[in-house]
Design a protein around this ligand. Structure first.
Ligand SMILES: CC(C)=CCC/C(C)=C/CC/C(C)=C/CC/C(C)=C/[C@@H]1[C@@H](COP(=O)(O)OP(=O)(O)O)[C@]1(C)CC/C=C(\C)CC/C=C(\C)CCC=C(C)C
Ligand SMILES: [Mn+2]
Length: 428
């Protein structure tokens, strides 16, 4: 599938917000839409007194998402999309990128406000220290039990950072368990509302239980904002009401909610290297890309398992273009059509991993290794799907111990490269 990009030649990247990717069929098939889009652009550009030149490129549709906001040439492209009726609509990618910008601005502001303090000093109330240590210890145990590789990685971080990551991990795991765990069938939107109210309480220093208390402490010490946490709960609401995704735009939003948010929660704790030349938003964007890549991989690994629960987390329009439907997924037969479809899905997930990898080197040195290790390990699941000849219906792609162990020194070697002067991600 190709998309056509309408490109306005302009002396400045400032008008980038007015650029857009448009699905070729819609642009080419809908002169009405194309002319509307041009009018909109010319109105906005002429306001800024810029001349414009039209060009169109066609290229692989997979390119569209990872490039936005990344600092690459294509990052100047934003993402207004056309509804079938030819209306202009803001895409999920654009919406999510706005969150990224807001988070980056917030963290910059908070860091400016307490310039010389990376971590807040401990405020110790009599008797509370022991309880807090116990709370973090519980988080450590959960992380060690459920996420062995993540856990191993966190051991390289400073003690303050690693316990903060454990607290975030535990909150994410509990949130996910609400819709994925043993009590999932009893979970209603009201239960999620209650979970959100609890989240607000803990952010205001009123934790409900011990595990919440650890997170309440973390969000005081690090410039972590509530928005990504709320968005993760929104993802769980989405999971309750939706079992099909019409296109990648819808799936992208879901992936942001349930996994991209983890990247946005983690960066303020992991820290950006002081010597990094990259802009805060480009690092957040890479973190977002890692969450998206992980979730896409998770989806591709679990196609059969999800289908048995009546769920298909694959873009319906892309399935149809490949000559496939839900029935083929429920039948679970590996055909050439399926192989080809899977190849394009894997390619897209790898592009998000590549985008994320560029950002890892900008993280503070002790955080690079755990992130890279988890990136390399999760990315290998894609290789395993290929090795299983794309049978993700009945075979679970699994990275064996030997490969896992081999990835660790590789991640270490990559992680000692410090942010370069001419980084892949540059300051905006
Ligand atoms: C060291 C490190 C990577 C730390 C992150 C630790 C952390 C806070 C993890 C939370 C993970 C979690 C429990 C998320 C809840 C939703 C969920 C389950 C998402 C899926 C994870 C995989 O879990 P699993 O295979 O067990 O899934 P099942 O539920 O069993 O199906 C996800 C696929 C997404 C996880 C997303 C991340 C780990 C994103 C990590 C991004 C960063 C740490 C940012 C790094 C920064 C840059 C600049 C690249
Ligand atoms: Mn899950």
């Amino acid at each position: 599938m190709t998309v056509t990009l309408l490109w306005v030649a302009t002396p400045s990247a400032e008008v980038s917000n007015y650029f857009g990717f448009l699905d070729s069929f819609r642009v080419l098939d809908s002169p009405k839409f194309a002319s509307r889009y041009r009018n909109l652009l010319s109105k906005n550009s002429s306001k800024k007194g810029r001349s414009q030149k039209w060009k169109s490129f066609s290229f692989d549709a997979d390119l569209r998402y990872p490039c936005v906001g990344s600092g690459s040439k294509l990052s100047a492209v934003s993402s207004m999309i056309a509804t079938p009726a030819g209306e202009m609509a803001i895409s999920s990618e654009e919406m999510v990128y706005n969150v990224v910008l807001k988070q980056a601005a917030l963290v910059n502001k908070q860091l400016r406000d307490r310039r010389d303090l990376e971590v807040k000093p401990e405020i110790v109330l009599p008797g509370s220290l022991g309880l807090l240590s116990e709370a973090y210890e519980r988080c450590r145990e959960v992380c060690a039990e459920y996420a062995k590789t993540f856990y191993l990685g966190t051991m390289l971080m400073t003690p303050e950072r690693r316990r903060a990551i454990w607290a975030i991990y535990v909150w994410c795991r509990r949130t996910d368990e609400l819709v994925d765990g043993p009590n999932a069938s009893h979970i209603t939107p009201t239960a999620l509302d209650r979970w959100e109210a609890r989240l607000e309480d803990l952010f205001q220093g009123r934790p409900f239980d011990m595990l919440d208390a650890a997170l309440a402490d973390t969000v005081v010490r690090f410039p972590v904002d509530i928005q990504p946490f709320k968005d993760m709960i929104e993802g769980m609401r989405m999971d309750l009401r939706k079992s099909r995704y019409q296109n990648f735009d819808e799936l992208y939003l879901y992936c942001y909610y349930v996994a991209g948010t983890v990247g946005l929660m983690s960066v303020p704790v992991m820290g950006i290297a002081p010597e990094s030349q990259a802009s805060t938003e480009s690092v957040y964007n890479a973190a977002l890309a890692l969450g998206i890549a992980n979730q896409l991989t998770n989806i591709l690994r679990d196609v059969g398992e999800d289908a048995r629960r009546g769920r298909v987390y694959l873009p319906q329009d892309e399935l149809a273009q490949a000559g496939l439907s839900d029935d083929d997924i429920f039948a679970g037969k590996v055909t050439d059509k399926w192989r080809n479809f899977m190849k394009s899905q894997i390619k897209r997930a790898r592009m998000f991993f590549d985008e994320a990898e560029k950002g890892v080197r900008e993280l503070s040195s002790a955080s690079r290794w755990p992130v890279l290790a988890s990136l390399l390990l999760y990315r290998q699941i894609l290789d395993e799907i290929e090795a299983n000849d794309y049978n993700n219906f009945t075979k679970r792609a699994y990275v064996g111990k030997a490969k896992k162990i081999a990835a660790l020194p590789m991640a270490y070697a990559k992680s000692i490269i410090s942010p370069s002067r001419t980084p892949a991600l540059t300051k905006a």
